[in-house]
Each structure stands twice: as C-alpha cells, then as structure tokens.
Write a protein that binds this ligand. Structure first.
Ligand code: ACO
Length: 326
C-alpha cells in the first residue's frame, strides 16, 4: 500500500475588529498609572498594533470565521471535514474542548474533535498530530485551528507583558494526499521551564485559586527561544533531506521581531524570506503561525508548490517545527 501524506489545501484567518495601536494602549495604560510608549514597544518587539476581542467574545467565535475561510479556500463544506483540532491556551470553557464548540457552531456532528494545549507552539503541535492521524488513516480532511483571546489573561498592571499580546485565529484544511505536503515535523518540550512563562491560577471549589494572569521572564524566554528554534529547524531539514537554501518562506511564531530575525540569521535566510505580521497582530500565541500563513498566502507572497518552514516556541517550555510543500 502506498504511503499516505497530508497537504494544506486551504488557509483562513480572522481578527476581531477592535484594533489597538501602541499609542492607544499607552494612553489607556496611562489612566492606570502605567507608563509605556510606542517607541519602547516598537524597538523591543516590532509590535505596532494588536486586535482585542470584545469581552463577551470567546476563542470559538474567532475560530469559526477563520475555519470557514479555510474551508472556502479549499472548496469544501463543513460536512467534508472528519477531524477538528483547536490549538488554544484560552479555551471557551475548562471543558469541553473549544474544538467541540467550534464543531457545533459549524453545524457539524460526529467527527473526533479535541484541543491541543502547547501555548505558542500549539499550532505546530496540532498540525503534527493532524498529519499523523491522516497518515495512519484515522482522518482524511482535518480542520487545524489556532485561536486565542490572550487579552483575557493579561495583567494590565505589568507593562513588561501586557503590551505584547493580541487576539485572533488562523486555520488550515489539511487533506490526505498521495504526495507530501508535510515533509517533516519535530516537537519538543522541557517542563523544567514551566515557571518562565505561565498562567499559574486554576479552578478549585468553584473559585479561581492562584494568579490567573500571564507571568513571564522575558529575557529567559528570549534566550531559550532562539536556540531551540534553530535546533528544530535543522531537525526538520535533516529529516526531509533538505538544505537551508530550499526554504522559500520562514513562518515563525510571531512573538518578537528580534527573535524572528535572530532565527532567520542563524538559518542564513534573508529577511525578505520571513513572513512577518507581528507589527499588526502582536503575539497571538497559537493563532500567530496560521494567521501569518494566511496573510502570506492571501497577499500573494506564498505560492503553491513552495517550501515553508513553520516554527513555534512557547510556554511549557515547548517548541517545534513543520517543514512542508504547499
Ligand atoms: N514600556 C516601557 N518600558 C518598559 C516596558 C514597557 N512596556 N516593559 C519594560 N520596560 C522597562 C523595564 O522596566 C526596564 O527598565 P529599567 O532598565 O529601568 O529596569 C527596561 O524597560 C528594560 O526591560 P527588560 O525586561 O530588560 O527589556 P528587554 O529588552 O528584555 O525586553 C521583552 C523585554 C520585550 C519582553 C523581551 O525580553 C522579549 O522580547 N522577550 C521574549 C519574550 C517574548 O517575546 N515573549 C512572548 C511570549 S513567549 C512566546 O511567545 C514564546
């Protein structure tokens, strides 16, 4: 029997309408006695604006239009899909999964659905799992979605973190194929770094115990990120028998322009081979890679047949990469 591969056949994304520039955010934070500036945020991160969902809009509400756009791009209906994976750290509920809520909102029933929790690496984790489930015959057509409302878990009195994140969703349709598609994947985690990036609160006895807002040691994250992203990139290239020069586009997790440029430099990739959306989206965690991918596809930069390197890094500490032909 010939080997079964998976291939992305459609991409989609959705941003909530409220766009908040650095100047808007600085003015809002000033009313709370927190000082920041457009200059500081742009210089340290590359971020110029982010989108925030309205307080009553959960992650699934962002995921559904992103999924619909990906389905339309693939020429499919929701009923054609037989697997949904949502990567999120800001789920609608403690349980059930956001994927179950998305399934129902898309008017579907019956197929397996679940969430993946790997923070900013969530999308590369979810894509890897979907690829494996397609390769082993469990699914033929998967919706893989990253959706986040990080604005809900930010500490608005901590200027070192609250200026970095945004809300949004991105999605792909991944279909079974006789040819790859996904060429290689590589996932990792090291739980000894839990404390450098976490939301330590939890629900117990009907109350939230502990601190339910994001805590980050930015410099520790920065140092780890560049090193592990380079290792993951080299691992997928080696597994696929490819060279750095075979990469048409690097689509990294959009956390910080300096991390992205550091990664590209180590791979000897010119900056114009990197899809960068962090300036408009901020860090949307698990949504950032599919948002950037969709932006690259719809802007006409990314063309069918090109080789893409997707790279994620985030809380856990988790990291990973996916090398694919579009
Ligand atoms: N506005 C103005 N000043 C600020 C702000 C702000 N928003 N935040 C911090 N500062 C000040 C600090 O108080 C400090 O002042 P001091 O020198 O008087 O003490 C100064 O700026 C420098 O602070 P640092 O924390 O040393 O700044 P750094 O250059 O490390 O940049 C940053 C911070 C942007 C968080 C950086 O460490 C970083 O990008 N880390 C990577 C982490 C990341 O991107 N995380 C995203 C989530 S994780 C992920 O997605 C993988």
């Amino acid at each position: 029997m010939s080997k079964r591969f998976s291939r992305i056949t459609g991409t989609g994304s959705y941003l909530p309408p409220r766009r908040v520039t650095n100047a808007d955010l600085a003015a809002e934070l000033a009313t709370r006695g927190i000082e920041t500036s457009d200059e500081w945020i742009v210089e340290r991160t590359g971020i110029r604006a982010r989108h925030f969902a309205a307080p009553d809009v959960p992650a699934s509400e962002l995921a559904v239009p992103a999924a619909r756009a990906a389905l339309q791009a693939a020429g499919l209906q929701p009923s054609d899909i037989d697997l949904i994976i949502v990567a999120t750290s800001t789920p609608d509920m403690v349980f059930p999964s956001t994927a179950a809520i998305v399934q129902h909102k898309l008017g579907m029933a019956g197929c397996p659905v679940f969430d993946v929790q790997a923070v900013c690496s969530g999308f590369v984790y979810a894509l890897t799992v979907a690829d494996a489930l397609i390769a082993n015959g469990t699914a033929r057509r998967a919706l893989v979605i990253g959706a986040e409302v990080f604005s809900r878990i930010l500490d608005w009195s901590d200027r070192t973190t609250c200026v970095l994140f945004g809300d949004g969703a991105g999605a792909v349709v991944l279909e079974a194929s006789d040819t790859p598609g996904i060429l290689a994947t590589d996932l990792h985690a090291d739980g000894k770094y839990v404390d450098i990036l976490c939301v330590p609160g939890h629900v117990s006895g009907g109350q939230v115990l502990g601190d339910p807002v994001l805590k980050m040691d930015g410099q520790a994250v920065f140092k780890l990120a560049v090193g592990v992203l380079d290792k993951a990139a080299r691992a997928v290239l080696a597994k696929a028998g490819k060279q750095e020069s075979d990469i048409d586009w690097l689509i990294p997790h959009q956390a910080n322009l300096r991390i992205m440029m550091g990664t590209a430099k180590k791979l000897h990739l010119p900056v114009d081979k990197v899809i960068v959306t962090v300036q408009d989206h901020g860090n949307t965690s698990a949504a950032s890679i599919p948002l950037a991918l969709d932006h690259g596809v719809r802007s006409g930069k990314i063309q069918p047949g090109q080789t893409l390197l997707l790279e994620g890094v985030g809380g856990g500490f988790t990291w990973g990469a996916v090398l694919l032909n579009l």
